[in-house]
Design a protein around this ligand. Structure first.
Ligand SMILES: [Mg+2]
Length: 235
């Protein structure tokens, strides 16, 4: 299949979200009196991931996620929760400052630029994601950026993908490829919507335990240009 529309997830696919998150956790929590060590980082990471998992399953909304995130952290580390909006705003501002790239990400996007139509499909807040994508240099190579809070739905909801599909001009679905690191958001979304997907994962058996699978798996984002070139030759 020769694809023409490449829809990239951003966090942990092109942008190094873990590094942005660690820096934002440290800066924000320390302002509110929580001294941040590895245990705090690990706790926040798994608590936050569990909330995102629930969001992807449709159990909570993004707004509920934002309200639930920090009271639990404050209770655990015995500091007063300052009320909704304070830590949340600081955290989001700090997070929006982080825009480190995954290794090979910019080179990959540059190699594909001009040959394919390139888009970002990402869950998150527009003010955070748009700034990070711009500051990282990625946005300049994109034909469009679709952020869940702006679209009104999140990955893997089919309504999210339907809206993105409209916005890219409703091409033949066989010409679309979704590339992302998340089985539950990117791959599930693509499978449900009926387009091909590539999972980017270094794990040994990244698709084990799921009742759906990606079209292909690569270990690094930098493998994507060769992967696409090989497919084009097969034709
Ligand atoms: Mg991701």
């Amino acid at each position: 299949m020769s694809y023409q529309y490449l829809l990239f997830d951003s966090d942990r696919t092109l942008l190094d979200f873990n590094s942005s998150q660690r820096a934002a956790v440290k800066k924000t929590f320390e302002k509110y009196g929580i001294s941040v060590n590895e245990e705090v980082q690990d706790f926040y990471n798994s608590w936050n991931n569990s909330l995102w998992d629930r969001l992807e399953k449709g159990e909570i909304t993004h707004d509920e996620l934002l309200h639930m995130r920090f009271p639990v952290v404050c209770t655990r580390y015995n500091v007063n929760y300052p009320g909704y909006g304070k830590m949340e705003t600081d955290y989001i501002l700090n997070l929006s400052e982080g825009h480190e790239l995954m290794p090979g990400a910019l080179k990959t996007v540059k190699a594909l630029y001009g040959k394919y139509r390139l888009y970002i499909i990402t869950n998150g807040l527009p003010m955070v994601q748009a700034k990070r994508l711009k500051d990282s240099g990625l946005e300049a190579f994109m034909d469009g950026v679709f952020i869940s809070d702006e679209i009104g739905y999140s990955k893997p909801e089919i309504r999210y993908f339907e809206e993105v599909y409209q916005r890219i001009g409703c091409p033949d679905k066989n010409k679309i490829l979704i590339i992302g690191d998340s089985m539950s958001a990117d791959i599930k979304g693509g499978v449900d919507f009926g387009v091909d997907t590539v999972l980017v994962s270094k794990a040994d058996n990244p698709t084990e335990g799921y009742d759906y699978s990606p079209t292909a798996v690569v270990k690094n984002i930098s493998e994507i240009p060769d992967f696409l070139a090989a497919l084009a030759k097969e034709k």
